[in-house]
Design a protein. Structure first.
Length: 286
């Protein structure tokens, strides 16, 4: 069995978008998400976790121990029932023994449950609630974004009635011409011990983050790529420094502030390596 991690981690990932919509907002006509006060672009943690889940699913192809809980193949409650049936548990049994056994089954068999956690208390086959060791913040662009609306035309007509009256149909695409985003994350060794998040899972997580856009390309999302992945590894389970102080060691600067950024090379990323606290190791993964 793979050894559970024994060190706390924090990480910072930089990714960019060119002529695409990194995360549409359904409350705003699917336009790129934006902080209305600052004008900075946003990408939700849910969006980033989806990319990680998708890569794991491609990489492991439903391999034992690497199933994905949050996906479109079946309802979540049906997966809770699967846990009870697999472990031959009685959902009507008194006490928490059955629920605990079902929760352990879910952690053991579903990568995203033991990684991100899940609320699995719905339905008639409760598997309880799991706090995942890996958590992500919203990603935020380094500079204000421009939400561009591009009008497009299509020769194929949808309905027979419209086909009699017109030869093209109009549509719209929402894009960000260019933006560099920064996301920060945390990995708790103490919670990993409860879910069974192992060293092998950790390596898969790093690989998934580095490649989370490589198998997710589409015309709508434009050109997206992970540019940098920085990791802080603590010597202890509880950690040897506060996370926000570690994050502050990584800074970015726009080289030419007189013009709008249009490429990753327009930025300079610096790390105060000499200021990394004792008991913390800085690792540049990408």
């Amino acid at each position: 069995m793979n050894e559970v991690i024994k060190n706390r981690y924090e990480f910072v990932v930089f990714f960019d978008v060119e002529n695409g919509n990194p995360n549409g907002d359904p409350d705003a006509g699917n336009m790129p998400r934006i902080d209305v006060e600052s004008g900075l672009g946003l990408v939700t943690d849910v969006c980033l976790k989806r990319k990680i889940r998708n890569f794991v699913e491609i990489k492991k192809n439903d391999e034992q121990g690497y199933k994905i809980y949050v996906k479109e193949d079946a309802s979540l409650n049906s997966k809770h029932k699967f846990a009870y049936e697999s472990e031959k548990l009685d959902p009507k049994a008194k006490g928490n023994d059955a629920k605990e056994a079902a929760k352990n089954f879910m952690c053991k068999n579903f990568f995203d449950v033991r990684t991100f956690g899940a609320v699995m208390s719905t339905g008639d086959h409760s598997c309880g609630q799991v706090r995942g060791p890996v958590q992500l913040n919203f990603a935020r662009s380094l500079d204000q974004i421009v939400q561009s609306e591009i009008t497009i035309t299509r020769q194929a007509i949808t309905t027979d009635k419209d086909f009699e009256n017109k030869s093209t149909e109009m549509g719209r695409k929402h894009i960000v011409p260019y933006a560099l985003y920064r996301a920060e994350g945390y990995i708790s060794a103490l919670l990993a011990q409860k879910t069974g998040f192992s060293k092998a899972d950790l390596e898969l997580l790093w690989e998934s983050i580095e490649n989370m856009f490589e198998h997710d390309h589409s015309a709508a999302r434009g050109k997206m790529a992970v540019r940098k992945l920085f990791v802080f590894e603590h010597e202890s389970e509880l950690g040897n420094a506060q996370s926000h102080k570690l994050f502050e060691l990584i800074n970015t600067e726009l080289k030419d502030k007189s013009k709008a950024p249009r490429a990753f090379s327009d930025y300079e990323i610096s790390v105060k390596k000499d200021s990394v606290p004792k008991g913390v190791i800085f690792i540049e993964k990408l």
